[in-house]
Structure formats: C-alpha cells, structure tokens
Design a binder for this molecule. Sequence first.
Ligand code: CMP
Length: 139
Amino acid sequence: ALQRTFSILKPDATRRNLTGAVNAVIEKAGLRIVAQKRIQMTKGQAETFYAVHSARPFFDELVEFMMSAPVVVQVLEGENAIATYREVMGATNPANAAEGTIRKLFAESVGENTVHGSDAPETAAIEIAQFFSGNEIVG
Ligand code: CMP
C-alpha cells in the first residue's frame, strides 16, 4: 500500500555536499520526496528523536553528531515506503551494506552513516510529526 516514511540526510551528507546525490538514489528507487527541509538540529530535537537509544553507550556521540552540521529532514512516499527505503539505505554499518545502497555508496562509518529511515509505521508517524506539520507535506 501507499505509505510514508521519515528520512534524515545526516551531517556527513550535508558536509560533503551529497544531498542531491542521495536524493537521486531515493528517487530512482521509486520513492517521492513529498516534504523536505534543511535544518540545524537542536540538542533537544536530537535527544527527543533518539530517545529510544538514550541508554546506549554511543548516545552522546550520536546527539553531538546530529548537531554537528545541518541535516535534511524528509517525508518519502511510495509503495511500502518504509521497507523500500530501508532496503535502499542498506545495513546500518556501511561495512555490511549491499552494493548500490546509499550507505554502501556514501557512508563513512556506523555512526556517520549518511541517512536515517523509520523502522515501522508507528515510528514513522511519530518521527514525521516531530518535524513536519500536515500542511508541509504535499503528496
Ligand atoms: P539510525 O538508523 O539513525 O538510528 C540510530 C543510529 O545510531 C544509527 O542510525 C547510527 O547512526 C547510530 N549508531 C548505531 N550503532 C552505533 C555505534 N556502534 N556507534 C555509533 N553510532 C551508532
């Protein structure tokens, strides 16, 4: 079914001027970018977004990284968008990512892994609502 997912082009992508290159892979996979904005994440936004990882040893590093340069937040729409985007992103650790995936093509490390994508419909809805109001999403 037609579905929406939430995506972030992370600081390692904006720093290396790769947002267009990543978007080209997203669009080639049949996903439509129905909302997009470039923002500087605040500490509060990053901590809220990654609250589920707050007990992990890499949490502070992750929050710092997400604030280290602008990010591009997006809503992607398509058939089975959540699973489709996770396939296009590739494994969290780029060392394990399949050929042709965004992380295989661009990611530098497990921490600086270029993109985020929602893992389930419930989280997609929460993540989209954290960064976009309804009238900013134009399908
Ligand atoms: P993401 O899909 O955005 O969700 C959680 C993020 O934590 C993940 O991508 C990685 O960027 C980051 N992450 C996961 N494992 C590690 C790790 N071992 N060290 C640093 N960051 C990590």
